[in-house]
Write a protein that binds this ligand. Structure first.
Ligand code: GTP
Length: 394
């Protein structure tokens, strides 16, 4: 079967341009997800670059068009690499596309204008583009965020296929006798390159859209489970976690401790400094709490200025120690708002499953009772539920 390389090259270029448009459209609805514009612009450069390579050296002045095409394609792959970095980490090195463009520009000037040699040019270009695609694949395969695993593997796999195909092309052309190879000669590597390249470009575009889709749905899920003001878990997800932890503790016999935290005189903070300052106070408390607790504890906003922490494998006495550290850390915080210095305190009630049982509602009720006791006793303190019980029994 003889596939026509020229037609396939035009098709591949058109496909990439089409996908670039698709990514632009997808990016319009991606909010502040970084990287999508890089992919779209990268696709545009690669598509145009391939299109420019089409006339080869048959038309007058087409040598320069060929240089421009290779340079554009290198810029495009650099932009796609940056897009991956920006998508994954929010950061990228903006010089990478320029560096690649510079390298391929010099290389193309050498092999197309100064010392025209199609053999060496194809080997050199294939090697450079293979390395670029391998770098994109590597960037996708390392430090994978769990919910996006499949999308990263799929897109990284597509880049790896392109990299391997280009390596193979470099090897075949390198080993073939001099002056026997041309881009549009009947060598089977040409149609194979364009066929696999077109398929891989389709997979890449699909992979990018899949990554975007997974990221948006992970963000949505996070939003649905967290409190918008403080970033803590919301009450719904706290209840879900509590049910899961209760089931685990029933199985293992472990204790589960709880803290209910309430800001002291929060109403007067709002009244005196205004609601935006009140909101900021809640954010600062959340930040202190997140820093103080362990990574496997669950910190949630229970409602208004009340927070709750679930502490797996913890008994009331140890929860008290952690709660008192949190109380002290927060009391030591000096907050400044427009020249006003504000200090605030919290009252905390703690309990555990040994005293209150594993039902979430009874744990909350017990810790709440201890927290109100802390308020009654003068605020800025931590009270254990067992202390309230012992007072009742006297
Ligand atoms: N700024 C802000 N205020 C909130 C938010 N949620 C609840 N509040 C306010 O928090 C205040 C809670 O006040 P109270 O329940 O009377 O308690 P308090 O003033 O903290 O007094 P004690 O708890 O007895 O120390 C109310 O004025 C609510 O309007 C919020 O998200 N942001």
């Amino acid at each position: 079967m003889n596939l026509d390389s020229r037609t396939m090259m035009v098709m591949m270029s058109a496909l990439i341009l089409l996908f670039s448009g698709l990514l632009t459209l997808a990016g319009l609805h991606a909010g502040n997800t970084r990287g999508v514009q890089h992919w779209a612009l990268g696709g545009l450069c690669i598509g145009l670059g391939l299109g420019f390579s089409y006339p080869q050296q048959e038309l007058p002045g087409s040598s320069w068009v060929l240089v421009l095409g290779a340079t554009l394609a290198a810029t495009g792959i650099g932009l796609q690499f940056n897009g991956i970095q920006a998508f994954k980490t929010g950061l990228c090195n903006k010089y990478i596309p320029w560096l690649l463009a510079g390298l391929v520009f010099i290389q193309s000037i050498w092999f197309v204008i100064l010392h025209p040699d199609i053999h060496s040019r194809v080997v050199a270009n294939s090697l450079v583009f293979a390395l670029c695609n391998a770098a994109c694949a590597r960037a996708l395969f390392i430090r994978i965020e769990q919910p996006l695993r499949t999308a990263y593997w799929f897109t990284g796999g597509s880049f790896a296929v392109v990299a391997m195909m280009l390596l193979l092309r470099a090897a075949i052309v390198f080993l073939s006798p001099a002056n026997t190879y041309g881009l549009f000669s009947q060598a089977p590597i040409n149609p194979a390159t364009f066929f696999i390249g077109s398929m891989a470009q389709m997979c890449l575009a699909f992979g990018f859209v899949l990554m975007l889709n997974y990221r948006l749905s992970a963000d949505l899920q996070k939003l649905a489970l967290s409190d918008a003001l403080t970033g803590a878990l919301n009450r719904r997800s706290l209840e879900q976690e509590a049910a899961r932890l209760s089931a685990r503790c029933t199985r293992t016999g472990d204790a589960l401790a709880i803290m209910m935290i309430d800001v002291d005189h929060f109403k007067s903070i709002n009244d005196r400094y205004g609601h935006p300052v009140g909101d900021e106070v809640l954010r600062r408390l959340a930040a202190v709490a997140q820093k103080t607790i362990r990574s496997d504890d669950y910190f949630a906003r229970y409602g208004g200025e009340e927070f709750c922490i679930l502490l797996p494998s913890t008994i009331e006495k140890d929860a008290w120690t952690l709660a008192d550290r949190l109380r002290q850390n927060y009391a030591a915080l000096i907050m400044e708002f427009g020249g006003d210095v504000l200090r605030s305190t919290i009252s905390i009630g703690v309990s555990d499953s040994i005293h209150a049982g594993l039902e979430f509602s009874s744990l909350v009720a017990a810790a709440d009772q201890a927290m109100y006791r802390a308020k009654q006793e003068g605020r800025n303190r931590v009270v254990m539920h067992s202390f309230c019980l012992s007072q009742v029994n006297i």
